[in-house]
Design a protein around this ligand. Structure first.
Ligand code: SF4
Length: 202
């Protein structure tokens, strides 16, 4: 697995309890306000590590994970680009660790589908469900996001995912945020899983 850094002892930030965030390089999107854009391209920060070795390193916080119901969050970048490594990690790590993936879901469905059979939770940043705004902000089409979102809704229980719907200054406002939330509800997404928030711009 290619990783960039590990950030330990995160409390209720990106998952339940105490988590370690493992940042993975690479992303198919080019979001205007991405704070990681330059870092994600820096090959000198990328380390290739086996899943076994990564688990060994992360095990230093095993007891924290157990006592707080915490675990590992994979962020980035787009972690789903390394779906095969995530699958292997999930097969080898202690079963008590809660595993979370932070994703935009803008990846081929074949990357996502195998992970739905494992015990992953997902934190999904949907950006905007307005196709024009999404393209302006990320440089990509969002049709893949929509089909992956529908798959998640069908295949895993709603407590296993959260969908962040941002106000993106200069791109979306309160009304377009509400429009996206309305479309999510039309897809059958539970209101409790939807998290409205506002991007802090650089
Ligand atoms: S999805 Fe995240 S990592 Fe990728 S370009 Fe957008 S903000 Fe950056």
């Amino acid at each position: 697995m290619d990783i960039q850094w590990i950030n330990r002892h995160r409390i209720d930030i990106d998952g339940v309890g105490i988590t370690s965030l493992v940042s993975l390089p690479g992303c198919p999107l080019s979001c205007s306000y991405c704070i990681n854009k330059e870092i994600l391209k820096r090959e000198d920060l990328i380390k290739t590590i086996s899943e076994e070795d990564l688990i060994d390193i992360l095990s230093i916080d095993h007891s924290y994970f157990l006592y707080t119901n915490g675990g590992i969050t994979f962020g980035g970048g787009e972690p789903l680009l390394q779906w095969k490594h995530l699958l292997r990690f999930a097969s080898l790590c202690p079963s008590e660790w809660n595993l979370t993936i932070e994703t935009s879901l803008n990846v081929p469905t074949k990357y996502l589908e195998p992970l739905l059979q494992k015990n992953f939770s997902f934190i999904i940043d949907i950006k905007s469900l307005d196709t024009r705004i999404y393209r302006e902000y990320t440089g990509r089409d969002n049709h893949q996001v929509l089909s992956n979102l529908k798959l998640i809704r069908r295949r895993i229980p709603s407590h296993k995912y959260a969908i962040k719907v941002p106000i993106i200054p200069g791109y979306t406002d309160n009304k377009s945020q509400q429009d996206s939330i309305y479309k999510l509800r039309e897809f059958g997404i539970n209101q409790e899983t939807i998290i409205p928030f506002t991007y802090i711009t650089p």
